[in-house]
Structure formats: C-alpha cells, structure tokens
Write a protein that binds this ligand. Structure first.
Ligand SMILES: [Zn+2]
Length: 382
C-alpha cells in the first residue's frame, strides 16, 4: 500500500464493526482497517434476539470505552450478518445459524439504541468489501472475493459497487452448480461448489468413505494424529495468513474453529473408533502424507474450485479474484490443480486479464468489512 493511502487512512472517521457469527459475535472500533479495540461474545445455544441484542449493545459500548472513543465521534455502525437479509431495510430473515431469529429489524433496533447511521449487509459481501477497500483488492474496480471454509461464500464488486442483484442475493458463489448429477446441497440445489469443496464437505466425504469401509489408511492416519494431537499447535493461536515456508502454521489453520479432531482427543474417545470424526484439516494432512483416499478427495475439491473459478471468470470478467477462508490455505496441493483447470478451460481473453490471489486481511476481515460499510455508503474513497 502506498504512503498516501496510509495517510488517507489516518483521516478516516471512526466506525464500529459488528460481525454476527454462528458461534461468536465480535464488535470493534476501527479506523479504516485498523482495530482500535475489540470485544467478543459467544453466541451460545439460545441466541434469541431478546437475549443476545442487549449483550451486543453492551459489547459495543465496551469497545468504545476501550478505544477511548465517544459515540459522537463514530460515523456509523456496520453489521455483517448471515443471510438471507434485506440490505436496504436492514431486516434479517431466518439465518440457519442463528436460532430464533425471524425478520429481525436489526438496522432499526441498533439505530434506536445508538442514534447513529447503521448499515447491515451479507457477511460474505462485507468481507469482499473489506478486501476491496483495504486488502488484496485495493485499487481494483472489478473484483470477486471467494471464501472457502466451513461453507463457501462470495462477494462481487463490479465498477466499485457491491453486486446486490434484485434483493441482495447476488454472489452466492458457493451455490453455483458444478456437477448437475451430483449430491444434494444444504441449499436444496444439486452439485453446488459448496457441496464438493467446503471444509465441511471435504470432511463429510472422508467420513462417508470411512464408514463405507474404504478409509482404513485414512483412519489409521487420523488415529496416529489423534495420539499425537497434544503436539499439534492450537489453530486459533495461529495467523490465518501464511506462506509455504511455514507449513505447520498453514496446515494448522486449515480448519481453525471447527477442530473436531482435537475435541475428540479432549474427550479421550480413541476407543470409539466408529465415532472418530475426521475433519478437513486431517484430510489435508493425510493427503500431504500420501494417503490415496485423502489425495483423491482434495484433488476432487481442487478441481471443483478450478471449475468454479472458470465460471467466475466467464460471468464477471474480474481484474482480480481473491481467495479467502481456511481451505484455500492448503497451499499448492489445492491451488495447483485449481489453477491448472483455469488455464485449461477459461476463455483466453478474460483469463489473461485476471489475477488470482490470496486474501490479505486474515481473521479480522469480517470486522474490517463491517466497518468498511460505513465508508462505502458515505462514498468515502480510500
Ligand atoms: Zn448449494
């Protein structure tokens, strides 16, 4: 980033970002991409709006206090939320990972509480916006953000604007059909990219093969890993960005936050082999170690991602495609087959104008993107 950008960022007004996750709700006071304070709370088993909203209000106030920022200095509150939602009215419908939520008028509720501008947006769109304004997409006008972790989401920026579609549902890149004879996806469609290449589905395919008796070698690998799991670093303590020189970090962050294998080890359930649940990280490690079933699953996911990238290139003609999420950090094992598919199949003209790069903002992308909503809606150019 150039010096003038950094100077400009010092001039940006303060904003509050809220990232409404299925397991954690995070709030922060930010200036541009810089977090001045952060306060998080666990979503819990019963996150009904009546219970959770007052806690979020308190968390925001705590974040303001920690940052030494009076509310009157804050330009607005940006909320990244799981869809479906109406970004124009700020009403959240029934997100699958927030039980008890149904048509919650989030924007109006927060406005009543804080009396400053509030904007609500789909969380994948805001993550894309964050990368567009402050990350790998800085300077691009036409950009696609694809995040592959437990699910697969997308944020599309065309001519500097978030592509919303008729009702804000544009950019559901995880639910483009890759295999129309494939398996049923959670969304109801068949053969979605998500149903093949998300971390959850990489793990699901491995476990199905194990249950079908085809995964003896993978099971043995997983059991060995389990026995040595105390030597595996805590994924949450590691950065989400990495490089090839530090493969331990890369491997360990593949599935941060859903480390069922380590949970199993804490319960000491080695003896219950049939219940041993292999996660995506284990599949990736097994693939690197040469276990054929694991290699086939990762190869299949990688090629599906490649086909997805071809579709993205053909539909949007982006200057840049930014890959975020833990699964994309599996490194060359995943990216080489995916990029080979792009080389082999994408039309030459749009292919030659696109760069495919890793996301830059790491695990704070949700908060940075939420805060960026304020700059975006106020037409503050970065
Ligand atoms: Zn789907």
């Amino acid at each position: 980033m150039q010096n003038e950008d950094i100077n400009m960022q010092d001039q940006l007004p303060l904003v509050v970002g809220v990232d409404l996750g299925g397991t954690q709700i995070r709030t922060a006071v930010l200036r541009g991409p810089t977090l001045l304070s952060r306060v998080s709370l666990l979503t819990g088993a019963n996150p009904s709006p009546d219970r959770i909203l007052p806690r979020i209000y308190t968390a925001i106030q705590e974040a303001l206090d920690k940052a030494g920022a009076p509310l009157e200095q804050v330009a607005g509150i940006g909320i990244a939320a799981p869809g479906p939602l109406d970004y124009r009215t700020g009403v959240i419908f029934t997100p699958p990972n927030l039980a008890g939520w149904d048509r919650v008028p989030l924007r109006d509720l927060f406005t009543e509480q804080f009396h400053i501008p509030v904007f609500v947006e789909n969380d994948a769109h805001t993550a894309g916006l964050g990368e567009y304004m402050f990350g790998a997409g800085h300077g691009a006008n036409n950009m696609v953000y694809l995040t592959i972790s437990t699910g697969i989401g997308g944020g599309v920026i065309m001519d500097g604007k978030i592509l919303e579609g008729a009702n804000g549902s544009a950019g559901e890149l995880g639910h483009m059909t890759i295999d129309w004879h494939g398996e049923r996806c959670n969304c109801g469609n068949i053969g979605c990219l998500e149903s093949i290449a998300s971390g959850t589905n990489i793990a699901r395919k491995a476990n199905e093969a194990i249950h079908a008796g085809e995964g003896i070698e993978l099971l043995t690998f997983a059991r060995t890993m389990l026995e040595h799991s105390s030597t595996v670093p805590d994924p949450s303590a590691l950065p989400t960005q990495g490089h090839d020189a530090n493969t331990v970090e890369l491997r360990s962050s593949i599935f941060a936050g859903r480390d069922e294998l380590n949970e199993d080890s804490q319960r000491g359930s080695v003896q219950e082999e049939e219940h041993l649940h292999v996660n995506a990280r284990t599949v990736a490690l097994a693939a690197e170690a040469g276990v054929p079933l694991a290699r086939a699953i990762i190869q299949n996911a990688a090629e599906a991602i490649g086909v997805g990238l071809v579709n993205i290139i053909h539909c949007f003609n982006p200057e840049i495609i930014i890959l975020g999420g833990g699964v994309t950090q599996m490194g060359p094992m995943l990216m080489e087959p995916a990029l080979r598919v792009v080389q082999e199949r994408a039309m030459k003209f749009p292919r030659e104008s696109v760069r495919i790069v890793q996301a830059q903002l790491g695990h704070n992308v949700g908060l940075i993107g939420a805060g960026a909503l304020i700059y975006y809606h106020k037409n503050i150019k970065i």
